[in-house]
Design a protein around this ligand. Sequence first.
Ligand code: UDP
Length: 323
Amino acid sequence: MRALITGGCGFIGSHLAEALLARGDQVTVVDDLSTGRFENIQSLVDHPSFQFAIETIANETVMDRLVSECDIIYHLAAAVGVELIVHDPVRVIETNIKGCETILRIGARYRKKVMLASTSEVYGKSDKVPFAEDDDRVLGPTTRSRWSYACSKAMDEFLAFAYAKQLALPLVVMRFFNTVGPRQTGRYGMVVPRFVQQALRDEPLTVYGDGQQSRCFTYVGDVIKAVISLTDEPRATGRVFNIGSTEEVTIEELARRIICLAGSRSEIVNIPYDQAYEEGFEDMRRRVPDIRAIQALVGWQPETDLDGTLRQVITHVSSEMAL
Ligand code: UDP
């Protein structure tokens, strides 16, 4: 297979590139390095089946050629991270909607299979536990920029299903739930790399709100296995799947575990949301995936538990800090 990965220099994209090369695929990565990092693909550049283009997916001429030359597009390029969403909402909305529209339109032009990376954010602040793919979504007002990310990704999903319906685009949508692992950066707000860095420096771990909000952190290697199983499975085409661990942890407990696993002397400090993000910021209390759909179709389930994942992140961040 000839795979095109948009956002391939990002955290998840670079792990996907590695896994596809390892199984013998040809891989082309396109990334504008806005949040991705070239170092993430540095070890792949000499691989005979690997190519990259440092380019924005908004460049239609380049994208037309790259799409025409591949068999499948993994569309991972997007503006991510709660901090970016709060501080640069124009960029988030435009990148997510316009970029995805370009990929879908060109994908449909050549009738190439598209895997669309979406997010558990689309469920919004619904208090249902767990979230199943067909559940209703509950979003806050348009005056709170946090919800623009959920809306932009939901719009991408709507558009993808519209292309599938009207232009027979072969499509599979995957909603990732808090994917973590080596190479994820804390720069855009993601909690695990942030806490790990704070712990390794013996600085206070900044728990936002009361710390009783919970998440299910999923090891990136497990996510990549899910992505590959679903794109290989013809019966997944035209559907949407949750991909996530079901091991739920509160953010306060996460902070405690990281301090313990890192052998850190850090303390925990609570910071109000208004101070951490912006006035009136709304968070999700719980976010747990229902993974019966993916389990039933391809038998996937997460293999790495939270402690195993955190140990890998601690090792990775400490080796980066030593450089
Ligand atoms: N969070 C925190 N301290 C930080 C960064 C994040 O307590 O330094 C919290 C954040 O408010 C949220 C959770 O950790 O409740 C997960 O945040 P992240 O941005 O990683 O992902 P989200 O699930 O919000 O998309």
